[in-house]
Write a protein that binds this ligand. Structure first.
Ligand SMILES: [Fe+2]
Ligand SMILES: [Fe+2]
Length: 197
């Protein structure tokens, strides 16, 4: 335990000790906490035929069965994880949470999936279903179109044979055990935030 009560009294040794404990603790509970966030969405269907927990599992199951990458499968599982804590900004929130671990393509897809999902319903709400086309020149535009088409807008089916969460835990363990993409900072804990456009 440190002897001080304010950070500007800390030494290199203090921060090495704190960093080690921080990393051990946060890494140790990370997957459990991600699953907890998913399970928070279990229950209320809010007008759909399945809840958002089953929607998330169905998204990941479809991505897995389509032989998508580990990043995309876990990304599909967690693409709506921002919902319970940031309902007005759920795509960007999920993307930011996963940014240290996932590849650029999956990060971009998750960050923009809310806008791209609008293709399926914005026009019913006096909006522009093609609002996504502001990103038409982006290298991951087609990937996000495909994600929403195949792993999101169609994942509300109560009869689809969706895999249970247990099947995805090993994939989450592999993904979240990766070294953070924040070089030289994250291993000390108390990280600077990552920012990827
Ligand atoms: Fe979403
Ligand atoms: Fe979704």
């Amino acid at each position: 335990m440190v002897t001080w009560t304010q950070m500007d009294h800390g030494t290199k040794a203090d921060y090495e000790m704190l960093g080690k404990l921080y990393t051990e603790h946060t890494q140790g509970e990370l997957i459990e906490n991600m699953v907890t966030l998913l399970k928070i969405m279990e229950g209320p269907k809010m007008g759909y035929q399945i809840d958002r927990y089953q929607h998330s599992l169905q998204s990941a199951t479809r991505a897995l069965r389509a032989n998508e990458s580990l990043d995309m499968v876990v990304g599909a599982l967690l693409h709506d994880i921002g919902d319970p804590i940031a309902p007005q900004n759920h795509s960007a929130t999920a993307a930011a949470m996963l940014a240290p671990y996932i590849d650029d393509e999956t990060h971009w897809v998750i960050k923009h999936h809310g806008l791209f999902q609008g293709y399926y319903y914005f026009h019913h709400m006096n909006g522009d279903r093609n609002a996504r086309d502001v990103h038409q020149e982006h290298e991951f535009y087609e990937s996000c179109v495909k994600f929403c088409q195949n792993y999101d807008q169609n994942c509300f089916d109560p009869d689809y044979p969706t895999l249970p969460i247990e099947d995805f835990i090993p994939m989450m363990e592999e993904l979240f055990s990766r070294e953070s993409r924040v070089p030289g900072v994250a291993p000390l804990g108390m990280t600077a935030d990552i920012h990827i456009n």
